[in-house]
Design a protein around this ligand. Sequence first.
Ligand code: PRP
Length: 193
Amino acid sequence: MSSATMSLPSPSEIKEKLQTLYTQEQIDEQVSRVAKEILNDYKDTDGLFAVPVLKGAFMFAADLLKKLDSITIETEFIRVSSYGTSTKSSGSITAHNITLPDLTDKDVLIIEDIVDTGRTADWLLKFFTNMCGARSVKLASLFDKPCRRLENLKEIKPDYSCFEVDDKFIIGYGLDYQQQFRQLPYIAYVDNL
Ligand code: PRP
C-alpha cells in the first residue's frame, strides 16, 4: 500500500459520508435511453462486438446488454486498470491478458463506467482501431466527466453516455472506493474526498 493510499479515509469512514447522486430508477431511465440510441444506430449491423471493460463497467454493461436483446451481439470482457486503490489515475494503463478473436468486419462497442482523464478511453479506442482491425469502434460510458479531461485528450468523448458529471468522487453501480462499494445498486458521491 502506498503512502498516498494510507492517508485516504477508510471504506468504513466513506460509508458514513455516502450521499445518493442517482437512484436505481434514474439509472434505469438513462440506460434505457442509451440502449435506444444504440439499437437505432446498430439496427442494420450483423457483427456487433460488445467489450465491457472490467471491473467498473460490469453492472452498467449487464443492464445495458439486457436492453439490447433484439440484436445479435458477441460479447468479450477485457480488464484494464489505471487507478489501483488510489483515487488518482496512475497515468499508465495496465491491460490484463487481452485475448480477442479476429475483429475484421466487426463493429466494436466498448462499454466503460467512466471517462475521466480520458487516458483509458484513448488507449482502448487506439487499441481497437489500430490493433484489432475492426470495421468501426465506438464507446458507451455510464459517466462522462469532461471537466477532468487532460488537455491533450479533449477530443475524447463517449459516443453514448448516461450521465455527465462534475468533479465529484462517485461510487456504486460498479464504481469502487478501494475495491469496495461496487455492489451498490445506486450511484453515490462523497464530498471533499
Ligand atoms: C477506471 C474506470 C475507467 C478509468 C477511467 O478504471 O473504470 O476504466 O478508470 O479513468 P481515466 O479516464 O482517467 O483513464 P480503474 O483503473 O479504476 O479500474 P476498475 O475499472 O477496475 O475500477
